[in-house]
Design a protein around this ligand. Structure first.
Ligand code: ZN
Ligand code: ZN
Length: 270
């Protein structure tokens, strides 16, 4: 096995277990229905405001800390060399449970805690992000009916504000659908526009394909050097959970990096 294949396999093993763990929590999470009217939601959305910017889901802190601890154990199991850092992070998070609220209110950019190295801070953000995923997915599933996915047309998630890191082209009409990596909300977006910088100049927007990764196109923007992996349903047949697909196709990220493109905030390559 080449070194690249072994990196991809290790990442896949970790994420497959992580996603299964998050899914197992979906049935345990019970959130009160958002106490806002449909009209209020439409009004905020029409101004480009995300749902969490005016309504924070009420999350059970015990369940949240239970999942956080399980995620910490899982990371330590797969990355024993990080066990010491994970223990420190887990301790920090049990002392500061409000960090999850900060995460939602500050659009996911948490300040670096005192005494925390930047590498540890990255890991801390990863733990918080992954712990929040099933809670926000549950929340998003309650708000789906309020969101007109074909009318939002913005480059960030209407529920949580996260930037999409993945998209697909719908088989039936070829339309481009963006996928939120945090809460799994899907919405439509224009085909030839960069989701990172809004560039619409067609001559600086291109895509490449790799024979070994069937069904995938990687859209690159020569203006901001960002890229977005896209699954074309007309070219590929089956697919897994989008986050797992993201991991399975890490080879495309490697090629994009090599060509000088980046995925801002790419939280997958830990
Ligand atoms: Zn989202
Ligand atoms: Zn761009």
């Amino acid at each position: 096995m080449t070194e690249l294949n072994s990196i991809i396999q290790d990442a896949f093993n970790l994420f497959a277990e992580l996603i299964a763990l998050q899914k197992s929590y979906l049935s345990k999470i019970s959130l009160p229905r958002p106490f806002v009217t449909q009209e209020e939601i439409y009004q905020h959305l029409s101004q480009g405001e995300t749902i969490v910017s005016f309504y924070l889901p009420k999350i059970d802190s015990h369940l949240l800390s239970e999942l956080r601890q399980e995620i910490c154990c899982l990371i330590s199991k797969h990355r024993p060399e990080k066990a010491g850092q994970i223990e420190k992070i887990n301790g920090y998070l049990s002392d500061y449970p409000h960090i999850y609220k900060d995460f939602l209110q500050k659009e996911q950019a948490l300040p670096i805690p005192q005494g925390m190295l930047s590498e540890e801070n990255e890991l801390l953000n990863f733990v918080v992000y992954q712990t929040m995923r099933p809670f926000l997915q549950k929340f998003a599933s309650q708000t789906h009916s309020f969101i007109q996915a074909d009318r939002w047309l913005r480059d960030y998630c209407p529920v949580c504000g996260e930037k999409p890191t993945f998209s697909y082209l719908r088989r039936e009409d070829g339309k481009r659908v963006l996928v939120c990596p945090l809460c799994a909300t899907e919405w439509n977006y224009r085909y030839l526009v960069c989701t990172w910088c809004g560039n619409q100049e067609h001559q600086s927007l291109k895509f490449f394909e790799v024979i070994d990764v069937t069904g995938y196109e990687v859209y690159v923007c020569e203006k901001c050097r960002g890229y977005l992996k896209t699954f074309n349903e007309k070219k590929g047949t089956n697919h897994d959970d989008w986050l797992l697909e993201d991991i399975k196709t890490l080879m495309l990220d490697m090629i994009a990096f090599r060509e000088g493109f980046t995925r801002p905030g790419g939280k997958i390559l830990q």
